[in-house]
Design a binder for this molecule. Structure first.
Ligand SMILES: Nc1ncnc2c1ncn2[C@@H]1O[C@H](COP(=O)(O)OP(=O)(O)OP(=O)(O)O)[C@@H](O)[C@H]1O
Ligand SMILES: [Mg+2]
Length: 343
């Protein structure tokens, strides 16, 4: 039996908030109970102002009402850019001493005052050669956690657990797509998050502060279009090289290339740190992954095998949800991963 009660997973993005409720999560085909999404009010994500937290709470309430979600137990993801994660190894440290060792080491890595963060870690296997347990350290600012507790309160919801977006996404990819070793890219509005899963464990994550909105902005700058028109051109033509004499393509590639450069740096960091190869398979998530031509672009640019993620595989979906699910394919990965959290 799952240790957590049945609950709704909530993913706060700067563009949209997404919610997914599942049941029978420990079976091979969990069932979709309900889902919904709602545009995020501007400027409220991670805001310490109670007024903003209330706005977000109201948006969340609206989402629950519109989608007719009745379950009040929720699990939330903290935006990846607000948490610090670090892969660490502890040669010679015994299992029972690990907790203390992690917190001791953390002091030198976490770029914030230690008393201001809530720390946790997940053990992710063992390095036999070095006789070293491996862990993923996660440090979340207490202030940020407090914000989400307030948001839940404003929305009359019961916050039963919190985790990071990348951990949730990894869980979704494992369950739905059966992937154990992959690089996951999440193309959001303001940031692109990158994480690496090896042997079913999340071993690396970083947030790149360039997102799909920068692509829209680039079209605006180049063609003097208004926002809606630019957004339409982005969604219709994206990274297809030969349409409109390649003009849209060439306005987007500098932004894409800056993102790809950071991904490559992330991979190098991971390889140097762990002395292991980085997976060649890439899964593209987030609404930004709906950009035409993005799969080919990423594959070619990084010399890898990229595909759009389908977090809905192996989830039993009633016909009434089929349209919603088809429209928002890869954008629900984090919310699904939170919905699948069992302890
Ligand atoms: N069909 C589409 N083609 C290309 N881009 C799209 C499409 N639909 C949405 N987008 C873009 O995806 C972005 C929003 O993605 P998403 O909802 O995953 O972000 P978010 O999670 O709210 O943001 P973040 O993770 O940065 O906080 C926007 O920039 C939007 O323009
Ligand atoms: Mg997102």
């Amino acid at each position: 039996m799952a240790k957590l009660p049945d609950h709704v997973g909530i993913d706060f993005g700067t563009h949209t908030v997404k919610a997914v409720e599942l049941r029978n999560i420990l079976t091979s085909t969990p069932e979709l109970v309900n889902l919904g999404s709602q545009l995020t009010p501007k400027g409220v994500i991670n805001s310490e102002e109670r007024q903003d937290q209330k706005k977000l709470g109201v948006a969340l309430k609206m989402l629950f009402d519109t989608a007719k979600i009745r379950n009040r137990n929720v699990v939330m993801a903290l935006p990846e850019f607000s948490v610090f994660t670090r892969f660490l190894e502890f040669p010679g440290v015994k299992k029972e001493e690990l907790g203390e060792a992690v917190f001791f080491e953390a002091k030198q890595y976490v770029p914030m005052a230690i008393e201001d963060v809530q720390m946790s870690y997940v053990t992710i296997g063992f390095n036999e050669e070095k006789n070293a347990p491996r862990v993923l350290l996660v440090a979340a600012p207490k202030k940020i956690i407090e914000i989400y507790m307030n948001v839940a309160n404003f929305a009359d919801l019961d916050l039963i657990a919190i985790e990071t977006e990348s951990v949730a996404m990894g869980r979704a990819m494992l369950k739905s797509m059966g992937k154990r070793s992959v690089v996951m890219l999440d193309f959001g509005a303001n940031s692109t998050d990158m994480s690496i899963m090896a042997d079913g464990y999340l071993v690396f994550s970083q947030s790149i502060s360039i997102g799909s909105d920068s692509l829209t902005q680039s079209i605006i700058n180049k063609f003097n279009f208004d926002y809606n028109r630019a957004e339409e051109f982005k969604r219709n033509y994206g990274l297809i090289p030969n349409v409109l004499e390649g003009k849209i393509f060439s306005s987007l590639t500098p932004i894409m290339d800056s993102i790809m450069l950071e991904v490559r740096r992330g991979v190098e960091f991971y390889k140097n740190k762990t002395l292991s190869a980085s997976p060649n398979e890439y899964l593209l998530n987030g609404d930004g992954a709906l950009l035409p031509g993005i799969t080919e672009y990423v594959s070619k640019s990084l010399g890898v095998n990229a595909q759009i993620a389908n977090p809905w595989l192996n989830i039993s979906i009633d016909n009434k949800f089929k349209d919603l699910v088809a429209k928002g394919g890869p954008s629900y990965s984090v919310a699904i991963g939170l919905g699948l959290k069992d302890e």
